[in-house]
Design a protein around this ligand. Structure first.
Ligand SMILES: [Fe+2]
Ligand SMILES: [Fe+2]
Length: 285
């Protein structure tokens, strides 16, 4: 779709899907700075729930991702599985965890950033409940959050969920009330990037940013055995077929409605010369 990023009354934002392990970090360092230039992006969101050996995030990971150009980091269910994550959530207000975890957990579920143009933009992180932990209702949580954030600024929602139906329901529930709803968590990019009828950009899943020669980021041999033998085999982060997946969304600032959504997959799945990065060691999960 057309990218009217040069118009002064609009902003183009990049949203990058789940970073998996060191390959995810390598892909962000390799591709994100040039994508920001290419799309003239004024704001960048990166989901990093899997960046520390497949689960969680350390302060050094957050620093690397922000250093590559991210403004806000979002996450999801796996982010809690390393103790270092709670330190990150406590110290970085712009590293988010899903809002609808029960009260008392560390961290923020949304963040409002002032832009250099003097406007503001909000990022909101939610998690689904279908085939996932039975946490608080994401639909009621988002209603509460929009009331707190206000309706006079762009709001970008990362809905971290397993079920496509729940993601589509959330997109339609928020259509016209937020600027973008993007799905994360399944690690497979979907082909349904679109502008919903009332002006919200939507995609069911961004796909992961990490090693695609794998079973959703994990070394394929052990992951396949889990399905065959139905007993535990140790997961390891895969290393090959590294790609960055996400979208570029252009938002008209007068209305906060999306005018374009463009899917990004670098390199494309038809490119057999996928970036190999400098990853040589598997890391266990
Ligand atoms: Fe993930
Ligand atoms: Fe997840």
């Amino acid at each position: 779709m057309e990218n009217p990023a040069s118009e002064q009354n609009s902003i183009t934002i990049l949203i990058v899907g789940d970073l998996v392990g060191t390959p995810g970090l390598e892909a962000v360092k390799e591709y994100l700075p040039s994508l920001i230039d290419e799309y003239k992006a004024g704001f960048v969101v990166v989901n990093a729930e899997n960046v520390y050996e497949g689960k969680g995030i350390r302060p050094s990971d957050a620093d690397t991702i922000f250093g590559a150009g991210a403004d806000v980091i979002t996450s999801g269910n796996h982010v809690w599985e390393k103790w270092q994550t709670k330190k990150v959530l406590a110290e970085y207000p712009n590293v988010l965890r899903p809002l609808n975890y029960p009260p008392g957990n560390a961290g923020n579920g949304f963040f409002v950033k002032r832009l250099s143009s003097n406007g503001k933009i909000a990022v909101l992180n939610l998690q689904g409940r279908t085939f996932m932990p039975d946490i608080d209702c994401p639909f009621r949580a988002v209603d509460w959050a929009i009331g707190k954030i206000g309706s006079n600024l762009p709001i970008v929602v990362d809905f971290h969920a397993e079920a496509t139906a729940e993601k589509i329901a959330m997109g339609l529930y928020l259509d016209g009330r937020v600027s973008a709803v993007v799905g994360t968590h399944t690690h497979v990019p979907t082909a349904d990037a679109q502008i919903l009828p009332k002006g919200t950009a939507y995609i069911t899943d961004l796909g992961m940013t990490g090693p695609y020669d794998s079973v959703i980021g994990m070394a394929k041999e052990e992951a396949i055995k889990r399905f065959i033998y139905r007993t535990p085999f140790k997961y390891q982060t895969a290393t090959e077929g590294i790609r960055l997946c996400g979208v570029a969304v252009t938002i008209e600032l007068e209305t906060n409605k999306a005018t374009a959504i463009h899917q990004i997959i670098r390199p494309s799945f038809s490119d057999n010369t996928a970036f190999a990065g400098s990853v040589s060691q598997n890391s266990s999960v």
